[in-house]
Design a protein around this ligand. Sequence first.
Ligand code: PEP
Ligand code: MN
Length: 293
Amino acid sequence: MTHFLGISGVKEVIPVTKTYKLVGREFQQENTIVKIGDAVFGNGSFPVIAGPCAVESEKQVLSIAKSVKAAGAKIFRGGAFKPRTSPYSFQGIGKKGLIFLAKVREEIGLPIATEVMDVETFDLVEEYADVIQIGTRNMQNFSLLRRAGNSARPVILKRGMSATLAEWLMAAEYIVEQGNINVILCERGVRTFVRHSRNTLDLSVVPAVKKESHLPVIVDPSHAAGIRDQVISLAHASAALGADGVMIEVHNHPEKALSDGPQSLYPDQFFTVMEKMKAIHAIIRKKNEDIPY
Ligand code: PEP
Ligand code: MN
């Protein structure tokens, strides 16, 4: 190390021993802060992303966006391209959905988070999204990660459903290494043997991410739980955890939703969850004031 410091023009040498270099705390001690509209991720605040699993119609997204904005959500979510386990399930309405999302941004005034499924549609999604989501099934789609790394848009990188923390951070490294530092990690539950929920929310990964990485980390209790009542409890837990925000699925008619209805909150439930998360986060923030990350 001292050897390098002796070279003229070298001001500082940072030893990096981890395989994920750029996203590691060893490389950068201060939190990375990602701003999208009024939402700030990584500065100790707790912005909420909310909306339906899938964009179904213009009326549907405008109605839900109005409700979630009134409840305090800072970003609207909705998938136009849906990565479904079965090829026979609803696949999303594609470009039409992106156009409806643009209408939400224009009329309701919320930035848009929407998923990109492949490199082929990246340019199109990028045109409409304020923040691009890469889903759990694509966490190790390395060409997609590289393309996201060349985007000017921030990226929400969901954890693969069976990914270790190191694999997740290396996936983020693919994006950052291409020059896009605006990456928000999102824990959305991992596959376990349990049958009482869709996945198992790995709450413990949040403090582990904060120790290992400077990137903000949010929680998606909706896909973790898969069941509305559990989503509510896990959302409260996420606020208590010191996560940098949450993403929650909300639908105006969950019983008629074309995807993920059973886990989608009714707008009035979302309103109550927001109030409680706000109160819980206020307590946690005070207690965490001394923590450097
Ligand atoms: C989604 O957010 O609707 C989604 C498909 O999430 P995940 O990739 O976590 O399953
Ligand atoms: Mn969903």
